[in-house]
Design a protein around this ligand. Sequence first.
Ligand code: ZN
Ligand code: ZN
Ligand code: ZN
Ligand code: ZN
Ligand code: ZN
Ligand code: ZN
Length: 391
Amino acid sequence: MTDRRFVFVNEEELFGMMKDIDCLYCRIPVIGSKHHLKKRHLRFAIHYKDSDIGKFSIPCYCSDGGHGRSHWHCPMCKKILQRTKDFRIHIHNHGVKMTDKSTAELEPTAVLLQTLQSNNNNNSSHNNNEDTTSSGKLTCQKCGVYFTTASNLRRHERLQHDQDQQPMLCIDAKKAIYVTPKDLHGPRVPIHIRKSFALQILLCELEECWDFMKTQAQNGNPGKECRHLVRTNHARAYTMPPPLCVISLEEMTHKNLLSKAEGEECQQMNSKACSEGVDCVYPILWGEQDLLLERCIYFSVHTGLKDKWCQFGRTRVSFDIRSKVWKCQCEGGGDHSCVHKCLSMWWLFQERPELLENTIEITVERVDLIEEVVMNAEDANKMSTEVDELC
Ligand SMILES: [Zn+2]
Ligand SMILES: [Zn+2]
Ligand SMILES: [Zn+2]
Ligand SMILES: [Zn+2]
Ligand SMILES: [Zn+2]
Ligand SMILES: [Zn+2]
């Protein structure tokens, strides 16, 4: 460890010094790559002016500091200081002018530990040992976590950083009902949740989530939210969907798309929902999506019932655009006909009739796009996709 410098004029000086050798400022052997230097050293650099020349010092983790704890070597008198604050005062006394804008006293070791811990909490599959493996290529640009394969990295980016991948839409503000995708990968099958501090409600439709929250409560964590409930932090506020119109229902019975009895039942259900001040059919559109590229369209439909399949008085209806198959959670989710499906059909017939037709014009370009979307979805998750079961 000879010729270590503790003051630099620019970053290139530091990078050039450690080309292809182990970091001179770390106790544990690790290549002194740009990535490493940025992440462990430059990030915490202290800037100052020495005779009007801008310079900076970096924290060190060498054995001089004991057990790899961060410390500072004074570039002027070789003294070692453990605390960032003390180092600032020390070099200030040597006559340099501090130019750091931030006055926050970051202790590098504490910050790094915190980063490591939060990464661990976010996703246990993260490889946090980036120091020994960094190649720069498979490192997440947003948080610096290293990955062994490109698909793992893509998946991480999607799950951790792309908030659009975990949308949460309010569909009933009064009852505090939201919809959110069950899983973050594969088809975005919605589930219902309810969350309101005012109403003291914290509920998820999924059985596995009840178990999770129950166990958490028993272990002294009451109010611990499942992976769906936590997403309400960035929920989209309620927006009213286009309401169902009687004229379009009449047109459907006229065209024999619905029987007269089915039409009447739909109208009754819709009036009932209206009188309760809720949307009978809420189409679940996650964002600026092109419905023609989706495999399934989902609806949250008012039932007025409370059962295992509609705990919050709403059921999920899906429509497979390609096979034209409708499914509803009621009656075990089979191919039966039910008023919920008819209601959803009513909405689709009124708002997006082209999707109901058998001959959707699919251009070559569209087929490619669909393939791409499907492949991405498959690639993002090689675990269960359960498309048919969930649709
Ligand atoms: Zn280092
Ligand atoms: Zn040191
Ligand atoms: Zn000194
Ligand atoms: Zn990341
Ligand atoms: Zn849940
Ligand atoms: Zn149904």
